[in-house]
Design a protein around this ligand. Sequence first.
Ligand SMILES: CC(C)(COP(=O)(O)OP(=O)(O)OC[C@H]1O[C@@H](n2cnc3c(N)ncnc32)[C@H](O)[C@@H]1OP(=O)(O)O)[C@@H](O)C(=O)NCCC(=O)NCCS
Length: 208
Amino acid sequence: MTTPPHTRTWDWYPGSIPANSDIHGTAYIETTFSFTQYRSRLARGFYAGRGASAYLGTMFDVGERGHVSLGNFALVHGARIICDLEVTIGDYSLISWNVVIMDTYRVPANGGERRAVLERVSRLEERLLSSGGNPRAVTIGRNVWIGFDACILPGVVIGEGAVVGAKSVVASDVEPYTVVAGNPARIVRHISVTAAAIALNSEGSHVS
Ligand SMILES: CC(C)(COP(=O)(O)OP(=O)(O)OC[C@H]1O[C@@H](n2cnc3c(N)ncnc32)[C@H](O)[C@@H]1OP(=O)(O)O)[C@@H](O)C(=O)NCCC(=O)NCCS
């Protein structure tokens, strides 16, 4: 486990990096405001690999049993990650503005039960919708690109090299090397792996 500083010296928010996080020394968290809704109590609730980054507007809304992982050189630019179990973002994946990735709906679909939850929240000191329901892990493979305003729903697995179009709602798994778009997201084309120009980057990693 590495230690701070992982933030810019001019971080405007007087917060701190959670003690139960494992953040590589070359990773970059633009502001600790991203952790104001982080409540994981696991031994390790957050991981950021080599060169990973989370920019302004990114929110890690993580429940007590949640774990978020950003792979090497993964870049998250202003997404909301709602995690009560496991959200994994693979190496070299790029998550654009206002994307929502959720492994949990937090509230029951049943109207009566949801009403009870809202009444309970109104009596809480923190007034937070805590973990609830049945979280299902979300896995985003390596080298995936998710366009702005897209929404990734619980249980979804996105294969390596896939692209998700802007404003798409991804409700089911995405095959590797496909472009999906729309609501619900459907394949709009396949990406040829050769066209994806498989190459070795300067650090010897396999990048497509
Ligand atoms: C997904 C995307 C990359 C696809 O680009 P592309 O491969 O050039 O695909 P095309 O524009 O040729 O579109 C292919 C088909 O998918 C449809 N489509 C593309 N993007 C779509 C979207 N976001 N939502 C719904 N349909 C979409 C097109 O209308 C087209 O349909 P058609 O074949 O019936 O005419 C692009 O449309 C996109 O959404 N980019 C997001 C960019 C972004 O978020 N940038 C932020 C900076 S990180």
